[in-house]
Ligand binder design. Structure first.
Ligand SMILES: [Zn+2]
Length: 245
């Protein structure tokens, strides 16, 4: 096949494995996608394998904005309209993820505001969008467009009783948004379990803190760290030392 963005898809595959290692694993569910650099559509993780089993470019399928296969082997996830519609609505976004991380999915069921109780929550900025038009799959272009509208100009969204959506200009940025959203939900849920009073980072400080943490050097450092961590887990799993849960 011609014109495969190999380097970008190697990065996208690493993003999938990081998500698997950081709480986003849910059997074979969950997907990450990348806008085709030639604007032919979206390269999306193929269906039938878990996020942690994504090896490289061969595990991605290129679909056009109406879900038709352009290139690549393997089945196409039913929720492809999430990716096409978010990318259609957001020219600033090139990478989109959707998954069912445990804590964030639990958090989506509560009418509790997600607050910045830890550093990574400030990374998410002020707004985490919400979507509760349906608890079912986002498997039509209409639902995908509705989800994209709910996301608005933000990077993260909780789908009630379903999972999360995260987006970024690059694969590392989108992946880190997904990782930090899950960590932020987990932190706050742990605090809520204590039934103790707590304080969160004041709204007035969030923008400045986000600027500090979103420093491009730090983003690169965080991405490299999570890649090393996920690759280490994978190596140990290949050597039979851990089960790739
Ligand atoms: Zn889903």
């Amino acid at each position: 096949m011609k014109d495969i963005p190999y380097e970008d898809l190697i990065e996208a595959a690493a993003g999938c494995r990081i998500l698997h290692a950081e709480g986003h694993a849910d059997m074979t569910l969950g997907h990450l996608s990348l806008r085709d650099p030639q604007d032919r559509g979206v390269w999306m993780k193929r269906s039938g394998i878990g996020l942690g089993e994504v090896d490289g470019p061969e595990d991605f399928v290129l679909i056009d904005f109406d879900g038709r296969r352009v290139a690549g082997e393997g089945r196409i996830h039913k929720e492809w309209p999430i990716h096409t519609e978010v990318l259609r609505a957001r020219p600033d976004v090139n990478a989109v993820g959707h998954s069912h991380p445990f804590y964030a999915t639990l958090f989506s069921s509560m009418d509790v505001e997600l607050e910045a109780v830890t550093n990574e929550a400030a990374f998410l900025g002020n707004e985490v969008a919400r979507f509760d038009e349906t608890r079912g799959l986002i498997d039509t272009q209409e639902l995908g467009a509705s989800l994209a509208a709910a996301l608005g100009g933000t990077s993260t969204l909780l789908l009630r009783n379903h999972g999360v959506l995260f987006a970024g200009a690059t694969i590392p940025e989108a992946t880190l948004m997904g990782v930090f959203l899950e960590r932020a939900c987990r932190s706050q849920m742990e605090l809520l379990k204590t039934h103790q009073r707590y304080v969160a980072t004041p709204r007035s400080e969030l923008a400045a803190k986000r600027e500090q943490i979103l420093d491009p050097n730090l983003v690169e450092n965080f991405w490299s760290f999570y890649k090393r961590k996920a690759d280490g887990l994978r190596r140990r799993s290949a050597e039979g030392q851990t089960f790739p849960g």
